[in-house]
Design a protein around this ligand. Structure first.
Ligand SMILES: [Zn+2]
Length: 144
């Protein structure tokens, strides 16, 4: 009997949670994803490239291409990781990730990451799904 009551309580709790407005969960302050960087021989590994792309809801290739260009090196995607040629200081890698997020992900009006990139007259724009703001993105993502 005791077990049954406990189960019911858990069930009620679950139901109460799912009844919460989605916004209550989503409105938490955005946490800048932190890159995990280490070195293998003469290469720099960004261990969690795929995870970072996932957090900011962007294509892995797009983030990777941006980093390659910004870091001025060559490299490849290796599963979840990015492999860059040469030893690049960790700070530089982290700073570029942050720059990418600030430029291509976060809304300049409300600071939310719920945005997507759209193209308008050959210009890449950042459209915010939270507040509706649209901003042009400075700089190009890919070579035209
Ligand atoms: Zn916004």
């Amino acid at each position: 009997m005791h077990n049954l009551q406990k189960y019911d309580y858990q069930k009620l709790l679950k139901r109460a949670e799912s009844a919460l407005p989605k916004d209550a969960v989503v409105k938490e302050r955005f946490q800048m994803p932190k890159g995990v960087v280490f070195y293998e021989g003469n290469t720099t590994i960004l261990k969690n490239l795929a995870e970072i792309a996932d957090i900011v809801n962007r294509e892995v290739e797009q983030l990777f291409t941006y980093l390659l260009k910004e870091l001025g090196t060559a490299g490849e995607i290796d599963g979840e990781r990015a492999v860059f040629q040469g030893r690049i200081p960790e700070n530089r890698v982290l700073e570029r990730i942050e720059r990418y997020v600030n430029r291509y992900v976060l809304c300049r009006e409300c600071g939310r990451p719920d945005t997507k990139l759209i193209k308008r007259n050959r210009t890449i724009m950042l459209k915010c799904e939270a507040c509706g703001a649209i901003h042009p993105v400075a700089g190009k993502l890919k070579k035209d």
